[in-house]
Design a protein around this ligand. Structure first.
Ligand code: HEC
Length: 142
């Protein structure tokens, strides 16, 4: 039964620490599932902005004229956001920013509203869509 020479008692410690190790394995794997929220810090309930570096500057400068949704529903590169900001400054009365403030805003937007391959959902198949009251009846003449 035992491969140990007679007279030598098996040391219990390895078994005990083996069980300890097994017991310790459980919490990290359980914790890993909760970690999925790691990349998603809390969002401001008022605007939906991710409350990360720079968000208050974005909130105070980007929600005066239009809903924050116009910001949060858009995605783009840093260059795209810079273009949009300059467009609003040139044509929509958006004020000028000191360079560091503009950098903070662009860093934030590029990070949390960066480009997405596909941010529009796929259209629903026709049978899953609501009725279209304006649908043309085609194929009949007269
Ligand atoms: C001075 C007013 C004003 C401020 C402040 C302002 N915007 Fe705008 N923004 C506008 C106007 C006007 C439009 C056009 C709205 C429309 O198309 O109905 C617009 C449109 C947009 C659009 C939509 C662009 C598109 O492709 O149609 C985005 C995105 C946007 N703004 C982001 C921002 C961000 C980010 C900030 C903060 C840096 C900001 N806005 C601050 C006036 C402003």
């Amino acid at each position: 039964m035992s491969i140990l020479p007679r007279g030598i008692q098996p040391v219990r410690k390895p078994l005990a620490s083996g069980l300890m190790a097994l017991a310790l394995l459980a919490p990290p794997s359980a914790g890993a599932q909760e970690d999925t929220g790691k990349e998603a810090p809390a969002k401001d309930p008022e605007t939906g902005f991710v409350m990360a570096d720079g968000w208050k500057i974005v909130k105070s400068n980007c929600t005066a004229c239009h809903s924050a949704k116009l910001v949060t529903q858009n995605h783009g590169t840093r260059e795209r956001w810079a273009y949009l900001i300059h467009w609003m400054q040139d044509t929509q009365g958006l004020w000028q920013f000191p360079e560091d403030i503009e950098d903070t805003i662009l860093d934030y937007l590029a990070k949390y509203h960066g480009p997405k391959d596909e941010y529009r959902r796929q259209p629903l198949p026709p049978e899953a869509r609501p009725d279209n009251p304006y649908k043309q009846v085609t194929g009949t003449s007269g």
